[in-house]
Design a protein around this ligand. Structure first.
Ligand code: NAD
Length: 421
């Protein structure tokens, strides 16, 4: 399934449809709905960058702060040619709901730069990241708005952001960004945190569905940070990974894919993709999603499970590693088929949870062991899952709408007590 073929879906509309439905189910009053529907702040910047060949290219960057009701806003920065303001708005609101679902004291934000990081040199990426940080230095801050990695960004970009911000403020300010390298105040366990949370969510859901992990199979779409770690940790539960994919296509092996080997393959491939991987038969990304399996983990990008392919999905359980991988139109089809969907704002919240731990450690100046990070993150994820599950039962609805209800309830209550102007 090509990214372009899916572009007619607007992730903001998808988010809003779920928001409206959850608000209706819980009887949220219209005044509060109107406050929470729109972002608090939305900024677009144009960044002129000197390229290696001496030319100057202008890049479009965005930062959307959806809400700071529960605390400083938190959210990743995405580098992709598909970045646009509506996408960033939807992702920012999702961050508000996500932080509320796992009960951490943050609001929601998201940022992005329209660029193709794979075609840029390290120097070009560094200049772009520093220019973006400078342009947003009045918005970013450890007590105001805290970026993190997302698609196309990682520890190196976070290191440039913390360095540039610290220079601008003339003091080392580790807490301005999370997902940093360990040497710059990063947290043990952060790199694996999102995939680990996906695994904990899958494990909790499998227990509810009485699925035996050792008799179950799983397909994972996307093999970057979230997809590869999810695949690895889910396979460590005893689940057989029968399909993986990335931008180069899908790879299917009903006998089971050796995930460690696939990770090594990508690390050693100059293209940093699965292209040429021989551990499975080649399939397209569209075919991958409808392969026979028990668990499907979409961990690539938005709008992958749609009204067009939802009816063909064979999995009993979908655990959303990516943000917004299922369109609102696909939800009722999956529900009708009795597929349990652990929604993005719950399933992939392990990343922001450990980001919060990183920020706490930066502020304490005291660093935890990996064991402590993982134990606390697993507890947060398990509690959030159980809370959402109970809410779904109470309202007789899906886990997705239940997660929205948990989040909206908390954010709305905070707004009511804080008040407007
Ligand atoms: P990443 O850049 O590390 O990996 C993305 C993967 O998706 C790559 O393997 C890429 O090849 C693949 N991909 C890209 N286009 C594809 C396509 N059309 N079909 C199939 N695969 C494709 O990004 P990531 O950090 O792993 O993020 C993946 C998703 O998880 C995003 O939706 C992101 O918002 C979400 N997420 C990430 C984190 C985090 O901590 N990194 C936390 C929460 C949610």
């Amino acid at each position: 399934m090509s990214a372009n073929a899916e572009k007619q879906h607007n992730p903001l509309d998808s988010m809003m449809q779920r928001f409206d439905e959850a608000a209706r189910l819980m009887g949220l009053d219209e005044t509060v709905m109107n406050v929470l529907k729109v972002p608090a702040k939305s900024v677009a910047v144009n960044l002129p960058i000197t390229m290696d060949d001496g030319s100057i290219k202008v890049f479009e960057g965005f930062r959307v702060v959806h809400s700071t009701l529960l605390g400083p806003s938190k959210g990743g920065v995405r580098y992709s040619m598909d970045v646009h303001q509506d996408e960033v708005k939807a992702l920012a609101a999702w961050m508000t709901w996500k932080c509320a679902v796992v009960n951490i004291p943050y609001g929601g934000a998201k940022g992005g730069i329209k660029c193709d990081p794979r075609s840029m040199s390290k120097g070009e990426l560094e200049r772009l990241t520093r220019a973006y940080t400078l342009a947003l230095s009045e918005i970013f801050g450890p007590d105001t708005d805290i970026p993190a990695p997302d698609m196309g960004t990682g520890q190196q970009e976070m290191a440039w952001i913390v360095d540039e911000y610290s220079k601008i403020k003339d003091q080392n300010s580790w807490g301005v960004v999370t997902g940093k390298p360990l040497i710059l105040g990063g947290s043990l366990g952060r790199v694996e945190a999102t995939g680990r949370g996906v695994m904990v969510s899958a494990r909790s859901a499998m227990a509810k569905l009485q699925m035996d992990p050792t008799q179950s199979t799983c397909v994972v779409q996307g093999f970057g940070n979230v997809g590869s770690i999810s695949a690895k940790l889910i396979s460590m539960l005893g689940v057989k990974i029968v399909g993986i994919s990335d931008v180069s296509g899908g790879y299917h092996n009903p006998e089971g894919i050796n995930v460690e080997e696939a990770i090594k393959f990508v690390q050693n491939n100059p293209k940093r993709t699965l292209e040429g991987f021989t551990g499975g038969k080649q399939v397209t990304n569209a075919e991958l999603l409808t392969l026979p399996c028990d668990i499907l983990v979409p961990a690539a990008m938005e709008d992958q499970i749609t009204a067009k392919n939802a009816a063909d999905i064979k999995a009993k359980l979908i655990v959303e590693g990516a943000n917004g991988p299922t369109t609102a139109e696909a939800d009722p089809i999956l529900q009708e088929k009795g597929i349990m969907v652990v929604p993005d704002i719950l399933a992939n919240a392990g990343g922001v949870t450990v980001s919060y731990f990183e920020w706490v450690q930066n502020r304490l100046g005291y660093y935890w062991t990996e064991e402590r990070v993982n134990r606390r993150a697993d507890r947060v994820m398990k509690q959030a899952f159980d809370n959402v599950y109970l809410t779904a039962q109470k309202h007789n609805t899906t886990l997705r709408l239940a997660a929205y209800i948990v989040a909206l309830d908390k954010v709305a209550a905070t707004f009511r007590i804080r008040g407007g102007f």
